[in-house]
Write a protein that binds this ligand. Structure first.
Ligand code: ADP
Ligand code: ZN
Length: 604
C-alpha cells in the first residue's frame, strides 16, 4: 500500500517535470509576435517586409527593421492566393524574398505525435514503477527462503566461554557434556553411542539462555548459528520451512557447529491447537525442523540448542527421543548466583570502594541476569552523568529501582493535596507491611512518581523464597489493600491511585483458590484449564473446567479471602495509628524514607 502511494507520487513528479520542460521548451524558442493577415498585407503594401518563409500555414516574416513576426494563414490557401485576394501589386511582391520551407520534422513530431505519445509514456512509466515495486517485493520473497541465521564468530577475541556465565552451575554441568560431544565425537561413536541432537533450554527471559548456548559453542570452539523462532513466522506459507532448510544446509557445511533457535515456542506450539491464523506456516516450519533433525547423518556433528520460556505449550513431537530429548533448566539466579553475575558484569566498571555487590544482590530478588547487567549499566550511566570517577552504592540502589519500576519522574507536578494523599496511601502500605507477621521487610517508601506508580513502598525478602504459605498471601493482600483503606479512613473517599493495588489483591485471592488449592471450602484442586488456544491469532487463556455453581463458590471465596485480609489491615491501621501521622510527616518533608529511618519511626 505504501509503495503504491509512493509510486503515484513518483508518477506525479515525473508528470510535473515533463510538463514544465515542455513549457520551457516551447517558450525557449522565443516566439515572434503574431500579427493578423490584415496587418501583414498593409506591411507588404508599405514595403516593410524583407523576407517571408512559408512553413505550412505559418508565415515567418522578417521585417526590414529585423523584427520577426508570425502570420497564420488560412488552411489550404496558398500564399500567392492570399496576396492576390488582397490585390497586392506584383512589384511589391517581388521585393520580398519568399522561401518555402518544408514543415520541420521535429515540429511535425512534436505537434502531432507527442500529444498521443505522452499519455502512453506516462502510463508506461507508471506501470514500470508499479512493476518495480512488485518485483522488489517478489525478490524479497525469493530471499525469504534464505536463512537469516547470524553467525557468531567464535574465533574473535570476544569469544564467550563458561567463565562469562555466572552461576547456573547445574545447567553448565549438563551442557559441558554437549561440549564434549562436539569436541570428541569419535570417543562416543567408537562405543556406539548416539550423540544427542537437540537440547532444550528452559527459562524465563533474560536468564542467560542465549549466553549459555554461545558459551557452549565457545568452549567447543565451533561456529554458532543463531536464529529466532519468531523470524520463521512470515506472511508466506513455506518461507519458514525453506529458511530452516537453508539454515541447516549452512550448518552441515560447517559442522561441527551449534544451531541456536531462540523462542522456539513461536513455531513449536502444539500442532492443531490453533484455529485460523497462520498456524499452517508454523506447522510447516516445525515439520521442517523435525525433518532436518531426524535427517542428519549421525556422523554430522550438529547440535541444535533451542530456548523457550513456555515449555508447557511445546508440541510433544519436539520432545521425543532423537529430537530435543535433553532439557536443561536455566533458573532465575539465587542470591549467590546474583552476586556472581554482578561480579562478572562489574569487571570492566570502576566501583567505589564502599560498594559491596553482596548488598546489591540482596536487594535484587527475582532479577534475571539481564536485569542485573542492566542495573550495573544504569548505575554507571548515573555515575557518569554526575561526573563521578567511579560508581557509588547510591547509584546502584537508584539503578535497582529504575530497573524495577522505571525512571523517577521528579518533574511531574503534583498538587499539595495529591502529595498528601499519596503520602497517606504509601504510609498505609508500609505500616501494614511492617506489622504483618508474614510479609517482607520494608526497604523504602517514596512518594516520588516512578514509572506508572504515583509512589511506592519497596519490600524485599530477607532471603530467596520458593515456597509461600497461605498466610503470606493473605498478608500480602492486606498490604495491598492498606493504601486504599488509609485513603478512605483519612479522606473519606478514595482516588484512582489504588486501582492497580486492588487488581493485584483480587488476582492473588483468586489464585489462592484456583491455582494453589488453598481454599478449605473448595478443596485441593485447580480450577480452569490453562490450555492454550489460538483463535484468529488471539490467545484465549482460560478454559473453564468447572460448573456455574462452582464459579459462584469461587467468587464467594475470593470475597471471603479479601475480607480476612481487609480485617487484618484494618486492625493494624487502627492499633498503630500513632505511627501513621509520623510517617506521613516525614514523607511530606523528605519524599522518601529509607529502611533505617523507617525502622526507627515504627519502633518508638
Ligand atoms: P535469554 O536468552 O535467556 O533471554 P540472554 O542470554 O540474552 O537471555 O541474556 C541477556 C544478558 O543478560 C546477557 O547478554 C548477559 O549480559 C546477561 N546475563 C544473563 N544471565 C547471565 C549469567 N548467568 N551470567 C552473566 N550474565 C548473564
Ligand atoms: Zn498502593
Amino acid at each position: 500500500m505504501k509503495s503504491l502511494v509512493k509510486n503515484i507520487l513518483v508518477f506525479l513528479f515525473i508528470f510535473l517535470v515533463i510538463a514544465s520542460l515542455f513549457s520551457v521548451f516551447s517558450e525557449g524558442v522565443s516566439k515572434p509576435e503574431v500579427i493578423g493577415v490584415n496587418n501583414f498585407i498593409s506591411l507588404v503594401k508599405d514595403e516593410q517586409i524583407k523576407e517571408v518563409s512559408i512553413n505550412g500555414n505559418n508565415l515567418n516574416v522578417v521585417l526590414n527593421s529585423g523584427d520577426k513576426k508570425l502570420v497564420k494563414k488560412e488552411e489550404g490557401e496558398s500564399f500567392s492566393d492570399l496576396l492576390n485576394n488582397f490585390s497586392v501589386p506584383s512589384e511589391k511582391i517581388s521585393k520580398i524574398e519568399i522561401k518555402v520551407e518544408e514543415e520541420s520534422q521535429l515540429n511535425v513530431f512534436l505537434l502531432s505525435v507527442l500529444p498521443f505519445l505522452i499519455p502512453f509514456l506516462l502510463v508506461a512509466v507508471f506501470i514500470y514503477f508499479m512493476m518495480k515495486g512488485v518485483s522488489g517485493a517478489n525478490s524479497k520473497a525469493m530471499m525469504f527462503g534464505q536463512s537469516q541465521a547470524r553467525e557468531f564468530d567464535n574465533k574473535q577475541k570476544n569469544k564467550v566461554s563458561f567463565k562469562d556465565v555466572a552461576g547456573a552451575k547445574e545447567a553448565k554441568q549438563e551442557l559441558s557434556e554437549v561440549v564434549e560431544f562436539l569436541k570428541f565425537p569419535k570417543k562416543f561413536h567408537d562405543l556406539g553411542a548416539k550423540i544427542p541432537k537437540g537440547v532444550l533450554l528452559l527459562g524465563g527471559p533474560g536468564t542467560g539462555k542465549t549466553l549459555m548456548a554461545k558459551a557452549v559453542a565457545g568452549e567447543a570452539n565451533v561456529p554458532f548459528y543463531n536464529i529466532s523462532g519468531s523470524e520463521f513466522v512470515e506472511m508466506f506459507v513455506g518461507v519458514g520451512a525453506s529458511r530452516v532448510r537453508s539454515l541447516f544446509q549452512k550448518a552441515k557445511k560447517n559442522s561441527p557447529c551449534i544451531v541456536f533457535i531462540d523462542e522456539i515456542d513461536a513455531v513449536g506450539r502444539r500442532r492443531g491447537a490453533g484455529l485460523g491464523g497462520s498456524h499452517d506456516e508454523r506447522e510447516q516450519t516445525l515439520n521442517q525442523i523435525l525433518v532436518e533433525m531426524d535427517g542428519f547423518d549421525p556422523t554430522v556433528n550438529i547440535i541444535v540448542i533451542a530456548a523457550t520460556n513456555r515449555p508447557d505449550v511445546l508440541d510433544p513431537a519436539l520432545l521425543r527421543p532423537g529430537r530435543f530429548d535433553r532439557q536443561v533448566v536455566v533458573d532465575l539466579p539465587d542470591l549467590k548466583d546474583r552476586q556472581e553475575i554482578l561480579d562478572v558484569h562489574a569487571r570492566k566498571k570502576p566501583l567505589s570502594k564502599n560498594v559491596d555487590l553482596k548488598l546489591i544482590a540482596e536487594r535484587t530478588p527475582g532479577f534475571s541476569g539481564a536485569d542485573l547487567a542492566n542495573v550495573l549499566n544504569e548505575g554507571a550511566i548515573l555515575a557518569a552523568r554526575a561526573n563521578k570517577k567511579s560508581i557509588d552504592v547510591e547509584d546502584l540502589f537508584e539503578a535497582i529501582e529504575k530497573v524495577m519500576m522505571g525512571p523517577e519522574r521528579k518533574s511531574r507536578v503534583i498538587s499539595e493535596q495529591e502529595k498528601k494523599i499519596t503520602a497517606y496511601h504509601e504510609a498505609g502500605h508500609a505500616l501494614v507491611a511492617h506489622f504483618s507477621p508474614n510479609t517482607d521487610p520494608v526497604h523504602k517508601i517514596s512518594i516520588i512518581a516512578r514509572g506508572q506508580a504515583g509512589g511506592y513502598t519497596l519490600k524485599l525478602p530477607s532471603s530467596d523464597k520458593r515456597m509461600y504459605s497461605k498466610d503470606y498471601f493473605l498478608d500480602e493482600i492486606a498490604v495491598l489493600l492498606a493504601g486504599h483503606l488509609t485513603e478512605k479512613k483519612i479522606f473519606g473517599e478514595v482516588t484512582t491511585g489504588a486501582t492497580s493495588d486492588l487488581r493485584r489483591a483480587t488476582n492473588i485471592a483468586k489464585k489462592l483458590i484456583t491455582d494453589y488449592g488453598m481454599s478449605d471450602k473448595l478443596g485441593p484442586r485447580t480450577f480452569g484449564e490453562k490450555e492454550e488456544m489460538i483463535f484468529l491469532g488471539k490467545e484465549i487463556h482460560e478454559q473453564r473446567d468447572y460448573s456455574e455453581k462452582v464459579a459462584e463458590q469461587i467468587d464467594e471465596e475470593v470475597f471471603s479471602f479479601i475480607d480476612i485480609s481487609k480485617k487484618r489491615a484494618e486492625k493494624i491501621l487502627e492499633e498503630k495509628n500513632n505511627y501513621l501521622e509520623k510517617i506521613v510527616e516525614v514523607l511530606m518533608e523528605k519524599e522518601t524514607i529509607e529502611k533505617d529511618e523507617f525502622d526507627k519511626i515504627v519502633s518508638v
